[in-house]
Design a protein around this ligand. Sequence first.
Ligand SMILES: Nc1ncnc2c1ncn2[C@@H]1O[C@H](COP(=O)(O)OP(=O)(O)O)[C@@H](O)[C@H]1O
Ligand SMILES: [Mg+2]
Length: 352
Amino acid sequence: MSDDALVTIEDMQVHFPIKRGILLDRTVGYVYAVDGVDLRIRRGETYGLVGESGCGKTTLGRALLRLVEPTGGRAVFDGTDLATLTGEQLRTMRRRMQMVFQDPLSSLDPRQTVESLLVEGMRAHGLDNGKDATHRRLKELLAAVGLPASALRRYPHEFSGGQRQRIGIARALAVQPDLIVADEPVSALDVSVQAQVINLLEELQDEFGLTYLVIAHDLAVVRHISDRIGVMYLGSLVEEAGSDELYEQPLHPYTRALLSAIPVPDPVVEDSREQILLAGDLPSPAAPPSGCRFHTRCPWKQETRCATERPVLREIGAGHRVACHHAEDILAGRITRHEVEPELVHPDALPT
Ligand SMILES: Nc1ncnc2c1ncn2[C@@H]1O[C@H](COP(=O)(O)OP(=O)(O)O)[C@@H](O)[C@H]1O
Ligand SMILES: [Mg+2]
């Protein structure tokens, strides 16, 4: 397996202080949004990051681009520790890492034409080389994302959701990045349009040699586009594997529950497949459970280390990592699934 990592994230942590008091000068606790993530993204690959809303996916993406300062750990991009960069160096490096957002309408300034939206980033990085060359480049960009040149003079609200996402993608491409962090790029789109945008992202990857971090709360969305997938739960990775491997042989109880929630079109398969309903809600990242953070909802929880010792992400097969004390036992059927009573969290347990 190639070890040619474009991105290396080591023990990344982002803890947001919870402030109280009239002057907001008292820290009463922390939101452990990202709490110890290790992952590598190889050049040219697509890494899918999935997990329920609030598990820290966006914060991890933002910390990687240093749009939010990590409280611990580090991110290395193409051999450079991003924490060592300041001012101009950081700005230069940022050109190489672009973000595409979930809601194109809120991320595109409504008063700017498509032309000015696209030129903005190019200008900021000195890529607008004269009027004619810039205009040619803009037309190329629009063609690449499947929009007509006439789109240049129009405004974001004149486009459909799918077209707006194409504009958002063109905007990221305009500065010739190496990495695109696509944060829920199709979550706001109709199902029929989702596949078109996913296909476009795949085509552009081949054409421009891009590396992707694709974030989604839905495993079905990332399956086909991703080479590898990481599953996040309450601020850390619980499982990581090649895309097919993860679907065919999910090992972490949380991954199995997520997969069982994806409907299967075939009614016979649908009726016979394993359904794992998770008890209770996602715990607050301000008061994460002890031990394995998933133990409060885990149908395979044992009266052993689950509530006391935090499992590390360990390699269990080639390129397959899982953070579960009992992964082997579950796989071999040595322990069976049981009902989980939703645990009531006493209000005093949460910071006020
Ligand atoms: N700037 C911030 N300040 C305080 N808490 C934040 C901030 N950004 C995100 N959070 C919290 O961090 C947790 C993870 O959020 P986020 O990264 O947006 O999750 P996801 O993208 O997986 O839905 C959530 O509890 C969220 O409320
Ligand atoms: Mg998010």
